[in-house]
Write a protein that binds this ligand. Structure first.
Ligand SMILES: O=C(O)CCC(=O)C(=O)O
Ligand SMILES: [Fe+2]
Length: 318
């Protein structure tokens, strides 16, 4: 049974990663234009030809599936604690009727390496750690290249965004499992958000669709392409690009009969790093539209539960 047939699919912006670094300057610059078009309109796209095969992506999804297939007791060996916010946990959702256990998550910092809390990294299935390590390093390669290309789209020095990060990428990897749930409308409403980071790499479930994105006050389904990684921008990229690139508003839709899994890997500056609109983008005609901000994730988690879009709190109103 389909649950969201009433919506249209979003325009499929396919970005071919291999073409971005094509030796033919014409080819590379055409792909860069496509990237720019996707980021200034939707704030998201499907990344293809990224160097990871469909089988490889399936292996990554499978270690997640195997982890969530373990007994609750086994999973709880990796639970978050009062002093460690990383690991396995069940997230409640504010809407009253929705079952508390609708989604469970395994949340792990994967970069920088010295910030990994390895005692929270599952040892079952036995390949989990190795697969997560390798996949996160692959995602880092994609991130590092795209963040340079995004600066190029704006005619800036290629290291402009990385400099604003303070040179250090922070990556939070999440495996999330959703059980079948019939509270479709409640979850559609309560899950609306844009990510707080700069750029998210999302591996979707290949069997079950469940992600919708908003554009111009309309909602669209996102197709699941088994070989693609869905990339969406978060608020910190909208801020750094002074509003030129859009942070994609999205939501999750449950399936009444089937479970679903997704793997968002959130990339951005370290939590404490102050960021703001890049100085090179601020002119007399285009003044800063956002304040400089530190600890944006804290701001995010203050406003989001109040139903207020966190980015509005840092907007400068002309
Ligand atoms: O499950 C999904 O497809 C997306 C999840 C999401 O948007 C998030 O965790 O930020
Ligand atoms: Fe999200």
């Amino acid at each position: 049974m389909g649950v969201n047939n009433d919506l249209l699919y979003m325009e499929t912006h396919l970005i071919d990663f291999s073409l971005l670094s094509s030796p033919s300057l014409g080819v590379a610059s055409d792909e860069l234009k496509k990237l720019d078009a996707a980021l200034t309109s939707w704030g998201c796209f499907q990344l293809v030809n990224h160097g990871m095969s469909e089988e490889y992506l399936e292996k990554v999804r499978n270690v997640g599936k195997e982890f969530f297939g373990l007994s609750e007791e086994e999973r709880e060996k990796y639970s978050r604690t009062a002093t460690n916010v990383e690991g396995y946990g069940i997230d409640s959702i504010t809407s009253t009727n929705v079952p508390l256990k609708w989604q469970s998550r395994l949340k792990l910092t994967t970069y920088p390496l010295e910030e990994r809390k390895l005692d929270r990294w599952p040892q079952t299935p036995h390949s989990f750690r190795e697969v997560l390590h390798e996949y996160s390093m692959n995602v880092k390669t994609l991130h590092d290249r795209l963040i340079e290309d995004m600066a190029r789209c704006l005619n800036l020095k290629e290291n402009s965004f990385v400099e604003e990060y303070g040179g250090t990428l922070h990556m939070l990897s999440r495996f999330q499992s959703y059980i079948p749930c019939s509270y479709i409308d409640e979850i559609r409403t309560s899950s609306i958000h844009a990510d707080s980071c700069a750029m998210t790499f999302l591996l979707q479930d290949v069997q079950i669709e469940g992600l919708e994105v908003e554009k111009d006050d309309k909602w669209f389904k996102t197709p699941v392409l088994p070989h693609a990684i869905f990339v969406n921008l978060g608020d910190q990229m909208e801020i750094m690009s002074n509003g030129i690139f859009k942070s994609a508003i999205h939501r999750v839709v449950p399936h009444p009969e089937k479970g679903r899994m997704s793997l968002p890997f959130f990339c951005g500056p370290a939590q404490h790093k102050e960021i703001g609109p890049l100085k090179a983008l601020i002119t007399e005609d285009e003044p800063a539209r956002y304040k400089r901000v530190k600890n944006y994730v804290d701001i995010f988690f203050y406003y989001h539960p109040l139903g207020i879009r966190p980015i509005t709190a840092v907007k400068i109103h002309a």
